[in-house]
Design a protein around this ligand. Sequence first.
Ligand SMILES: O=c1ccn([C@@H]2O[C@H](COP(=O)(O)O)[C@@H](O)[C@H]2O)c(=O)[nH]1
Length: 274
Amino acid sequence: MTFGARLYRTKQARGPLCVGIDPHASLLREWGLDDNVAGLEQFARIAVEALAPEASLIKPQSAFFERFGSRGIAVLEQVCDDARAAGAMVLLDVKRGDIGSTSQAYADAYFGATSTLAVDAITVSPYLGFGSIQPMIDTALANNAGLFVLAMTSNPEGPQFQMARTGSGRTVAGTVLDSLAAANAGCVPLGSLGAVVGATLADTGEDFAFNGPILAPGVGAQGGTPADVRRIFGSAASNVLPSSSRDILRAGPDVAALREAARRVNGEFAEALG
Ligand SMILES: O=c1ccn([C@@H]2O[C@H](COP(=O)(O)O)[C@@H](O)[C@H]2O)c(=O)[nH]1
């Protein structure tokens, strides 16, 4: 089954929430853990135990694991395996993007038959040109995996580039959405190529009907609310996966409290997005 179809089905069963696993040094301290590999391992184990049976998508942020070198990557591999075993789909937030030949190596790292870090999807940057991510698109689709392509990010610096106008008058981000619409055309119930669009944005004037999933980071700690997501995405709101990391993780390290926080946010968004 394609990534888009699996995500559609999982979202119907579990609700729209994506929970980020971002082991910030400050969160490790708040959880009473040391900022070292043992602390990282304990944090990750508790987060996965609490959240992976609950959320549709688990989104580990690679940077917080890379911080600890190869031993951190080993913990990340375990997170991905354990979260998938608990029924969640795993989106690795690594924001990959490079020239085409290097993009192929990234694709092999996450979707290849011999990958030790196999995931359901990764985040990618199209800002070396949309065509540069084609090897990642081809390899993801061939392996029933997916991509979430940065379009309009949640950080305040994003619009300077992403909302700039091209020669045709279209925004740069709008051209990303157009390329996704072309690639997802005809896919039922949903294409496997998603977009990243922040839940923090002012009105964009964009149409998000590109027949793919929309990851909306920026919920909670960055200020995005269910009302914002409804306002930003309009009739495409049913394809949105709101993503929250710190706001939910702050409920830890108690497993029941973490799970309850995720349930509450999931319920709020399910009600708002329909
Ligand atoms: O536009 C984007 C793309 C990715 N992110 C990532 O999502 C989480 C947000 O964490 P919070 O604690 O919920 O703020 C983090 O890993 C970012 O790198 C994003 O925020 N915006």
